[in-house]
Write a protein that binds this ligand. Structure first.
Ligand SMILES: *[C@@H]1O[C@H](CO)[C@@H](O)[C@H](O)[C@H]1NC(C)=O
Ligand SMILES: *[C@@H]1O[C@H](CO)[C@@H](O)[C@H](O)[C@H]1NC(C)=O
Ligand SMILES: *[C@@H]1O[C@H](CO)[C@@H](O)[C@H](O)[C@H]1NC(C)=O
Length: 897
């Protein structure tokens, strides 16, 4: 019965179910056909529009949700992002149907994460550029839902974590930039699936692990850029399959093993940079097939074997650097075929044999660096044609030959004078002999090398005297003639006067004004009789010398015999340990010497206390006196910045300007960070102005000259360096004077170095009373902040005291009008008599410039270049005498011209 009772129910149920299913299927068919038809026939446009509106709303909602997740300030930057039509918002492009195709928020000062951005909503997005912001957190793996994406740029942010392997699903991707983030872990092998990828840049991250061999499948790739990571292992041979590759850069990683010879198949390659890794083995000869190669950088590895002859086939090569490897053998003659070469750098290897004469064909060569090898023989290549040479560095080899022939008559020779760009000529530490050519009298020769800055002929066997034509080498900054057989007087030029004694030591008999050298006696005279008399005198001297020597030898022998043996404590040698590094021209200034000389930084050696740290006067065992600035110790985590710090300092040590305190180098140690500066005996402007006696000596001529010097230094650093270097802390403390009252600005670049460590940032907001007013409300630092501080220092020099009250009265409207009516003569340093004659006009000009520099609006202040030019012309703005001029009249001449 039970079954009977169930049956009717069952019988009713089945047909109704079938009916129901049929209805669903029919409905389904109808709806899909409408959807299909809707896109081609008008009656359904309304339905389509609705779908688009839904789409737009989805995109708008996703962006607004993300916007509210950003930091408050970033939200205000996106204030146009309101409502429901994102196509009207900034930085967004849509297609005709109103769907977002491009979202470009590069350099928009955004701060926040991507966790709240619903990528799924952007079904038509082709390009997403969020580069150069402060975005952080991980890169969400669902970013791969933007399946049409062609360009993804997240570079220069603070993204961290792994690179999501889902990126390998973005099959339409052409460009992927992830450089300059904090991404760690491995490069996902899935990226090898991006068969349309043209550009892959993941430079400057702490990525580790191997370079996945799957990258060799990126058949469209033009540009592979993975330098400055921590990648290990071998370079995969599969990269040789990237037949469209133009650029391959893997420098500064930890890559090891040998260079795969398959790289020689990259026939389109124009740049190959594998430098600064741990690559070993030989350089594959197959690289000679890269006929489009312009740059080949393999330096700072451990490559061994010889330089393949085949590299001479790289006919497009312009920069060729194999320096700092373990290469042996000879320099192949074939390198003379590289006619486009501008840089040839093979230094620090173990290359031997002669320098091939074919290198004389490389007429475009600007930098020619073969130092620190075992090259021998005479320099017998034709350097006649190398008119573009900027630097010729052949030092530390075993080259032989006669210097005059090399430099003058011979091969480097008559035309070297036409190398009008030569800055560096370093032939030191060879076995060159002969005199420094007299022909240098002749301006067409070396003396005509007007651009020469560094000449190093030390450690040779040169003899004779130094020709006086060095006068004409006006740009000469550094000279080193030590360890030769030279004699006679030093030429009286700045480079010689300012050279350290080390530059001349161990010669036969140099004399002159330089400290540490004996003064030239009248014996060195061109008078014939005197010469004869000299010979007699010399003979007598030699004879008495010998007698004297015998006495001394006998004396010492007796003395030594009579005394017990004593253990002599050797002075501490310069020992270079990893924990510190130092650059200096004589390399002898070391940490321990500094500690010894200052008795571990005892206060009694402290000569100044500054914002960055205390300054100590240090006399080194060589007799040289330097100023050592002990900076606040670096924090643990700033060790990461040491590299940046080091290169920054290295560039600062290269700055040479007569009004800038020379930075010799630095020592970094776990306990201390020391900057080693030139020592200036005159003290700071602050000290001189505060001392009545010193201030009296500091007359008007000296004062305007100091102002001019400071302006010149600032102008140079703001406008003549490769990037503007802002001081940030110009004050009378930082302007030092030498014994001639010439100004030298100290601490240039320190702010920049220290600001890489954020903990210093707030410490160095400048010195109170010198900082520009805008500094109070914006942290943005520009050159104009220095201009303002220069204005304060200038007034201080003229007034003899800090002009704080005068400046603050300018700022307060009720006092301003009163202070503007002050007579110039009333603000001058009353300790000095009023300036007269020409210097009166100069003082007026200096005051006018100072007031222009103090303009509250940074834009209205002059640039340091303008200031410096004005101070070179000394055109006084007034014909009136000083005692009739008020400040107002100077300010009213409001245009700076
Ligand atoms: C690089 O890798 C080495 C060894 O794998 C590790 O010791 C070092 O800390 C890494 N450096 C960075 C910056 O990640
Ligand atoms: C490179 O040469 C240096 C010094 O000659 C040596 O210590 C080092 O072991 C060499 N390295 C290789 C990989 O040959
Ligand atoms: C000149 O060269 C020698 C040896 O190559 C080096 O020790 C010295 O520091 C150099 N001098 C200068 C001023 O660079």
């Amino acid at each position: 019965m039970a079954s009977l009772s169930k049956k009717p129910l069952f019988n009713q149920f089945i047909p109704s179910l079938v009916f129901f299913l049929l209805i669903i299927i029919i409905l389904q068919l109808v709806s899909s056909s409408t959807a299909y038809v809707s896109s081609i026939t008008s009656p359904f446009v309304y339905t389509n529009g609705m779908a688009k509106a839904v789409e737009e709303r989805k995109e708008a909602e996703a962006l607004l949700k993300w916007k509210t997740s950003l930091h408050i300030k970033s939200q205000s930057l996106l204030s146009s992002w309101v409502g429901s039509n994102p196509c009207n918002w900034v930085r967004i492009n849509c297609d005709k149907s109103g769907s977002i195709t491009h979202l470009n928020l590069s350099t928009y000062d955004l701060r926040g994460t991507l966790q709240n951005l619903n990528f799924q909503s952007f079904s038509n997005l082709l390009s997403l550029d969020l580069s150069s912001n402060s975005l952080y957190g991980t890169i969400p793996s669902n970013i791969s839902n933007i399946f049409k994406l062609s360009v993804l740029d997240l570079s220069n942010n603070q993204f961290t974590g792994f690179i999501p392997s889902s990126l390998g699903n973005l099959s339409n991707l052409n460009i992927l930039y992830l450089s300059k983030n904090q991404l760690f872990g491995f490069i996902p092998p899935s990226l090898g699936n991006l068969s349309n990828l043209n550009i892959l840049c993941i430079a400057e991250n702490p990525l580790s692990g191997f370079i996945p061999q799957e990258l060799g499948m990126l058949s469209s790739l033009n540009y592979l850029d993975l330098p400055l990571n921590n990648l290990t292992g071998a370079i995969p041979a599969s990269l040789g399959n990237l037949s469209n590759l133009l650029y391959l850069s893997l420098f500064k990683n930890q890559l090891s093993s040998s260079i795969p010879q398959e790289l020689g198949m990259l026939s389109s390659l124009s740049s190959l940079s594998l430098d600064s890794n741990n690559l070993t083995g030989t350089i594959p000869a197959s690289l000679g097939n890269l006929s489009n190669l312009v740059t080949l950088f393999l330096y700072e590895n451990q490559l061994s074997g010889s330089i393949p002859q085949e590299l001479g086939m790289l006919s497009s090569l312009s920069s060729f650097d194999l320096s700092s490897n373990n290469l042996t053998g000879v320099i192949p003659t074939s390198l003379g075929n590289l006619m486009s070469l501008t840089l040839l750098s093979l230094f620090m290897n173990q290359l031997s044999g002669f320098i091939p004469s074919s290198l004389g064909n490389l007429t475009k060569l600007a930098n020619f660096e073969l130092f620190l090898n075992q090259l021998s023989g005479p320099i017998h290549f034709e350097v006649n044609n190398l008119t573009q040479l900027k630097s010729l560095e052949l030092s530390d080899n075993q080259l032989t030959g006669h210097l005059p022939e090399i430099v003058c008559h011979g091969r480097i020779s008559p035309k070297l004078g036409e190398a009008t760009q030569l800055h560096v000529l370093d032939l030191s530490s060879n076995h060159l002999d002969g005199e420094i050519p007299k022909e240098l009298d002749i301006p067409q020769q070396l003396g005509d090398l007007k651009t020469l800055e560094r000449l190093n002929l030390s450690h040779n066997v040169l003899s004779g005297s130094i020709p006086s034509t060095f006068d004409q080498m006006l740009s000469l900054i550094s000279i080193d003639l030590s360890y030769n057989q030279l004699e006679g007087p030093l030429p009286n030029t700045k480079a010689f006067r300012e050279a350290p004694i080390e530059a001349f030591r161990n010669n036969k008999g140099l004399c002159g004004n330089a400290t540490g050298l004996k003064a030239c006696s009248s014996a060195i005279s061109h008078n014939h009789h005197a010469k004869k008399r000299n010979k007699v005198m010399k003979l007598i001297l030699i004879l008495s010398g010998i007698v004297f020597l015998i006495f001394i030898v006998v004396g010492i022998t007796l003395f030594v015999c009579l005394r017990k043996k004593e253990i002599k404590i050797k002075p501490k040698e310069a020992d270079y340990q990893n924990m510190f590094a130092i650059w200096s021209y004589d390399g002898k200034m070391v940490y321990e010497n500094i500690i010894d000389a200052t008795e571990d930084f005892d206060d009694k050696h402290c000569i100044a206390v500054g914002g960055y740290g205390n300054v100590y006067k240090v006399e080194l065992p060589t007799g040289q006196v330097v100023a050592v600035k002990k900076l606040h110790p670096l924090l643990e985590d700033s060790v990461v910045n040491l590299k940046a710090f080091t290169s920054e300092i290295r560039s600062l040590t290269e700055i040479r300007h007569r009004n800038i305190v020379k930075l010799h180098g630095f020592c970094s140690h776990s306990r201390h960070l020391l900057l080693v500066y030139e020592f200036l005996e005159g003290g700071s402007l602050e000290i001189i102005l505060k001392n009545d006696e010193l201030a009296l000596d500091f007359d008007w001529v000296k004062r305007v000259n100091v102002v001019k010097g400071v302006a010149s230094a600032l102008s140079y650093m703001h406008h003549n360096c490769s990037y503007p270097i802002i001081h940030r802390d110009i004050s009378s403390k930082n302007v030092l004077l030498d014994s001639e009252y010439e100004a030298h600005v100290s601490d240039f670049g320190t702010a920049r170095i220290m600001s890489s460590d954020t903990s210093y940032w707030t410490l160095f907001a400048g010195t109170f009373g010198y900082t520009a007013p805008e500094h109070a409300y914006t942290m943005a630092v520009s050159e104009k902040c220095d201009v303002y501080s220069f204005g304060v220092v200038t007034l201080e020099v003229v007034m003899g005291r800090h002009p704080g009250d005068l400046i603050s009265s300018f700022l307060s409207p009720s006092f301003a009008s009163l202070s503007y009516d002050v007579l110039l003569e009333d603000i001058l340093d009353q300790r000095l008599a009023h300036p007269t004659n020409q210097v009166e006009g100069k003082v007026i000009l200096v005051l006018k410039i100072a007031l222009a520099c103090l303009h509250t609006n940074p834009q209205s202040r002059p640039t340091m270049r303008q200031v410096s030019q004005k101070l070179s012309n000394w055109k006084s703005p007034f014909t009136k005498p000083l005692h009739m001029i008020t400040l107002r009249e100077l300010i009213d001449l409001d245009n700076f011209n």
